[in-house]
Design a protein around this ligand. Sequence first.
Ligand SMILES: Nc1ncnc2c1ncn2[C@@H]1O[C@H](COP(=O)(O)OP(=O)(O)OP(=O)(O)O)[C@@H](O)[C@H]1O
Ligand SMILES: [Mg+2]
Length: 235
Amino acid sequence: MIEDIEPPTLRLDRVTARLGDTTALDDVTLQLDSPRIAVIGANGSGKSTFARLLGGLSRPTSGTVHVHGVDTARETARLRRLVSIVFSNPDAQIVMPTVAEDVGFSLRGTSGSKGEIAERVARALEEFGLTALADRSAHELSGGQKQLLALCGAVIRRPALLIADEPTAYLDARNSAAVAGHLLRPEAGHQLVLVTHDLELAARCDVALLFDGGRVTAQGDPADVIASYRASLAT
Ligand SMILES: Nc1ncnc2c1ncn2[C@@H]1O[C@H](COP(=O)(O)OP(=O)(O)OP(=O)(O)O)[C@@H](O)[C@H]1O
Ligand SMILES: [Mg+2]
């Protein structure tokens, strides 16, 4: 049997995204094969727009976006099975009353007996240090605990691509390190697109993209891209 040795690919071809009067992304063409991709840049530079396009939450005004071979504008059902998204506001991501139910909800539609699903939820809670909170009201968790819960729900689906938009923005140092650890661990099995203002976190990725005014102005080794960003801030 011939193994599929193609790396996972994210591809944007001449993508422009207009939001109201703003050109949030301006004719961006990219191809990315790295497992862990950091996205950095100033406020309003287009990072979240890029993340939303990859996740199929919005569509390009012109151009095409492909995620692991799937056209995000045309094949939304396939895309939904491939991608999980985590934002910095975990409140918006909690849908079920208890912690365990909320994680279980992420597995809706997947195959497996009730017992197998419960087992998978228990394992994921354990992995994210949430076992003791399993029966607690999800809405009564602390911000950091909610973020861990959101991430647990995103990862349990075993997405091919995990998109995280400032997932550590509201976290203390300890929870931030915990979330980063879960996102970045090499054995996680997902490709990661990590939008962040935390440049130390960006440096731990395999590649970084710098956005400026809706365009990608640097791409490559995170240390080099971060240096370009710092240089642009100094001018
Ligand atoms: N719904 C919207 N309607 C109109 N303009 C929008 C909308 N969302 C974003 N924009 C504009 O698009 C541009 C890019 O926004 P985007 O949210 O992608 O930036 P960002 O790089 O994620 O910024 P931040 O670091 O502040 O999160 C900004 O000028 C923003 O004002
Ligand atoms: Mg943003």
